[in-house]
Write a protein that binds this ligand. Structure first.
Ligand SMILES: [Zn+2]
Length: 349
C-alpha cells in the first residue's frame, strides 16, 4: 500500500442524527481497508434532494453519515488499484461498481453485480471501494476556478442523473422532450436534452428562479399548469401528440402520472426521481405503448463524456448550486434546501 504521510487521524463529517437534526462531528479519518480501495481528500460535497427524504422524516434515519456526491484527490491507494494514481483528481458516482461484470459492461454500473452504495461524502475525507470501476480521473487536476469545481461536482450526481433521464427519454434531434421536476436533476435533464440535440425542451415549473435557470440551460417553454391541464398544454405544443420523451425527476405519484399523461404513444419516459409510494395503473400502461426506463442513474457510464463537455466549456451544470457554505455550516445548507430557498447547496471542504 502506498501512502502519503499527511492524512490526519481525525476529520469532520456531517451526520443526520434524526429528521431535521444535522450536525458536524469529529470522527476517525477513513483509511484503505481492501486492496481495491482508495481514500480521497474531498474538494467539495453537496446536499442532494434525496437527502431531504430522511430530513423530512419520510425515511428512517438514526445517526447517519451523509453525502454521496463528491470530487476529490486520491491521498491513499490500495495495492490492486491500477486505473487511478495518488494525486489524481477524480469524480465518482453515488454507486460503487466493479466495471467488469456483464451489467457494468452493458452500461448499468449503478446495478453492478458487485455494486455498493455509499454514504459519507459530506466530510473532509472518504474511502471509495472498487476504485478502478467507480472513479474517473479529471485530466489536469483540481481546477482553481470554483465554478469549474462546481461543474465537476454536479457531474457526480445531478448532471449524471439528469443525463440518464434524457438518454432514457430518447432525447435527440427532431425530438420534443418534456421535463417533470424543476429541482437540480430536472434542470440538469433540460441541459442534457438540449446538449443531446433535442429540438424543443419543455419544463413544468412554477418557480421563477428555477424557470430562469431552466431557460439558461436551454428550455424553450415553461409550463405552469399541472395534471390534465399540463398534459394538454404539452399536447398543444406537439401537434396534439404529446412529447416524444419525458424526463421524470421527482419520484411521486403526481410526477409519474404527469409524465405518462404527457408522453405520446410509442414515446419514452426516463424516470430518475427516487420512487416514493408510486403505483402505475396496468391498463393505462398497456394502452400507452410507452418505453419506460429508470432507476438509480448509471452515472459512471456518462462521466468521461461529461468531463469532456465541462473541460470544453460546453456546459455549466454547476449553476444549480445557488449557494455555497463551509462544511461546518451543513445544517444551514439542509435548511435552505428543505425550505426551497436554494436549488442546491455546495459544501466547501
Ligand atoms: Zn459490475
Amino acid at each position: 500500500m502506498s501512502t502519503e504521510p499527511q492524512i490526519p487521524t481525525t476529520m469532520r463529517a456531517v451526520v443526520m442524527n434524526a429528521p431535521g437534526d444535522v450536525t458536524v462531528e469529529t470522527i476517525n479519518t477513513p483509511r484503505v481497508v481492501k486492496p481495491t480501495d482508495v481514500v480521497l481528500k474531498l474538494a467539495a460535497a453537496c446536499v442532494c434532494g434525496s437527502d431531504l427524504w430522511p430530513y423530512r422524516g419520510y425515511e428512517p434515519v438514526d445517526h447517519r453519515f451523509m453525502g454521496h456526491e463528491y470530487v476529490g484527490t486520491i491521498v491513499e491507494k490500495g495495492d490492486q488499484v491500477t486505473t487511478v494514481e495518488l494525486g489524481d483528481f477524480v469524480i465518482g458516482s453515488f454507486m460503487l461498481s466493479d466495471g467488469t461484470c456483464e451489467i457494468c459492461e452493458a452500461g448499468y454500473p449503478s446495478r453492478c453485480a458487485n455494486a455498493g452504495t455509499y454514504t459519507g461524502s459530506q466530510a473532509q475525507y472518504m474511502r471509495v471501494e472498487l476504485a478502478d470501476g467507480s472513479l474517473v480521473k479529471v485530466p489536469g487536476g483540481q481546477p482553481d476556478d470554483p465554478d469549474k469545481l462546481a461543474d465537476y461536482l454536479a457531474a457526480s450526481d445531478v448532471l449524471g442523473t439528469g443525463w440518464y433521464a434524457a438518454v432514457a427519454a430518447n432525447a435527440g434531434p427532431g425530438k420534443t422532450i418534456a421535463v417533470v421536476g424543476d429541482g437540480a436533476v430536472g434542470l440538469c435533464a433540460v441541459l442534457a436534452a438540449k446538449t443531446l440535440g433535442a429540438d424543443k425542451v419543455i419544463i413544468f415549473s412554477r418557480h421563477e428562479d428555477r424557470a430562469a435557470l431552466a431557460r439558461d440551460f436551454g428550455a424553450d417553454i415553461v409550463v405552469a399548469e399541472r395534471g390534465e391541464e399540463g398534459a394538454a398544454k404539452v399536447k398543444e405544443l406537439t401537434n396534439g401528440y404529446g412529447a416524444h420523451g419525458v424526463c421524470e425527476a421527482v419520484g411521486t405519484q403526481e410526477s409519474m402520472d404527469q409524465a405518462l399523461a404527457s408522453v405520446r404513444p410509442g414515446g419514452y419516459v426516463g424516470f430518475v426521481g427516487v420512487s416514493h409510494d408510486q403505483t402505475i395503473d396496468g391498463l393505462n400502461l398497456f394502452f400507452h405503448e410507452v418505453h419506460l426506463e429508470g432507476g438509480p442513474a448509471p452515472v459512471r457510464r456518462f462521466l468521461p463524456e461529461l468531463i469532456k463537455l465541462i473541460q470544453a466549456d460546453k456546459i455549466h451544470p454547476g449553476k444549480v448550486f445557488t449557494k455555497r457554505v463551509p462544511l461546518e455550516n451543513a445544517a444551514e445548507a439542509y435548511k435552505a434546501m428543505d425550505e426551497r430557498r436554494e436549488i442546491k447547496v455546495l459544501l466547501a471542504v
